[in-house]
Design a protein around this ligand. Structure first.
Ligand code: SF4
Length: 478
């Protein structure tokens, strides 16, 4: 695109945003359609939020007896909608208020989300019906349970049953006291055991016939969705009741037994070949290459993982894509180049009939726990991240007009964002505390899980020694 076309596109986009902002703010300066039409529900403990920025709150099971849509339309959420209609800012949305208060011209997610296709057409309905009305969301993300065969370092026991089992035997990690079993009980986040009656899952399926009347986006997360029978109940439903307007997405660790993977592939083949849904996105998590990735995601066998990635790409129709969700963290750095090369190989090997790559890379960066994020690293690691960024820039389609399909501008921008964030971080007393936590956490992990940090990450030894020295010499509280 030439500069003139780019400028006019930016102008158009700015125009659009200004248009949406003015209409939304006419309803009220705190109005946001995400509170009405988007929901994430964690059925393992009955927590919900709209959108994903506010903290979750627990659905009172008594509300569900009469009204299964209370998985979304909780009394608490209705009060927030009432505030929004009257120009009062719900404090749970402080993520957006901070952005808007920093500069009145800033555009927060309140505007971006409200202008999405799943939200905008419902503006009249949201503002004309009373605040205590029950609304059907158009965008639903659901976790059917916390069963998971992995114990990723940055995950938590109410999201992974394997971590829960470890914590029940060994206790929580002292570096993250908020995930102790006692805290989970206090905060109502302790998951309902797999074989017990779960009123939230029961209410979800009771709600389903009504929910699907308006459903446009449905995303299944976990736990590991592909070992949860409810995922297959949904897929079977679609086989028998096509929903040609539905966009479906699912996250998987792709470390599942063959029997479940075969079943998933075969159902998805049926669904896609009969055009039973409008769109499909498959997300799979991995944060770097080989043994390093296995250390971060305990339970992963990298070789088998890549075999499953290739199986997915070989066996599903060629217009389907696969998106790597790479949560870039401190341990992603040493071996990231090899992972980038893996992505190039896959992008080159698998393309849509139109010639586009079927493999994409998304790269959010880890913030919590901060002792595993880039915030813990010494600044010399910036060089390696910079070199990987350069590598990506040297491998764009424009540069390599051969048979290789490489990185998109969007993917490069994500890596740039990672680097810029790392460079913006201050090295101060708080960082010393993070390094102490990093040391004690990895040491305890190695003890519990039979791993060896230094054998897996030999190039990080100087950094590890710095962390060890802080542990031995500084009197810092956890
Ligand atoms: S105002 Fe912001 S935080 Fe609140 S629901 Fe809307 S997008 Fe989410």
């Amino acid at each position: 695109m030439d500069e003139k076309a780019q400028a006019s596109q930016i102008q158009e986009t700015t125009h659009d945003v200004a248009f949406y902002k003015s209409i939304i703010n006419k309803v009220s300066p705190s109005f946001c359609l995400a509170k009405w039409y988007q929901v994430t529900v964690h059925l393992q403990n009955g927590h919900t939020h709209s959108c994903h920025h506010p903290a979750t709150h627990r659905v009172d099971p008594r509300e569900l007896v009469e009204n299964s849509s209370a998985l979304h339309n909780t009394s608490m959420k209705k009060v927030q909608r009432h505030k929004m209609l009257n120009g009062v800012r719900p404090s749970e949305c402080d993520y957006c208020w901070r952005i808007e208060d920093a500069n009145p011209d800033n555009v927060s997610d309140r505007i971006f989300k409200s202008s999405e296709n799943w939200a905008w057409p419902n503006l009249e309905e949201a503002k004309s019906l009373p605040w205590h009305h029950d609304f059907n969301p158009r965008y639903v993300e659901v976790s059917f349970g916390h069963a998971c065969n992995f114990k990723c370092l940055y995950c938590a026991p109410h999201i992974s049953s394997s971590i829960m089992a470890e914590f029940e035997k060994e206790g929580h990690f002292v570096e993250s006291p908020e995930f102790s079993i006692k805290e989970l009980y206090i905060n109502g986040k302790y998951p309902i055991p797999k074989d017990s009656f779960n009123p939230y899952v029961e209410a979800f399926w009771r709600w389903w016939p009504d929910l699907i009347k308006n459903l446009e986006h449905f995303r299944i997360t976990g736990g590991e969705p592909l070992i949860n029978p409810n995922t297959f109940k949904f897929l079977d439903f679609i086989v028998n009741n096509p929903m040609p307007n539905l966009h479906f997405a699912i996250n998987s660790n792709l470390g599942i037994p063959d029997v479940q993977f075969n079943k998933f592939i075969s159902l998805m083949q049926k669904i896609l070949e009969t055009n039973s849904i409008k769109g499909f996105e498959f997300y799979t998590s991995v944060d770097t290459h080989g043994e390093d990735a296995e250390y971060i995601r305990t339970g992963l066998n990298y070789e088998d993982y890549i075999k499953n990635v290739r199986r997915y790409l070989d066996e599903l129709p060629t217009n389907t894509k696969l998106i790597f969700m790479c949560t870039y963290n401190a341990l992603s750095v040493p071996n990231f180049r090899k992972f980038l090369q893996e992505v190039i190989d896959l992008k080159s090997a698998y393309r849509t009939p139109a010639g586009d790559p079927r493999v994409l890379l998304d790269m959010p960066y880890l913030r919590d726990p901060s002792y595993l994020s880039l915030a813990v690293l010494t600044k010399d690691f910036a060089k390696q991240i910079e070199e990987d960024l350069e590598f990506m820039k040297d491998h764009t389609y424009q540069r390599l007009q051969n048979n290789q399909w490489c990185f998109t501008e969007h993917e490069i921008a994500k890596m740039e964002r990672v680097l810029n964030w790392f460079k913006s971080l201050q090295d101060n007393e708080k960082t010393r505390l993070l390094r102490k936590r990093f040391y004690t956490f990895t040491k305890e992990c190695d003890r519990r899980r039979g791993t060896s940090f230094l054998k897996t990450f030999p190039s990080m030894e100087p950094f590890y020694k710095i962390c060890e020295d802080i542990y031995n010499n500084d009197n810092l509280d956890y």
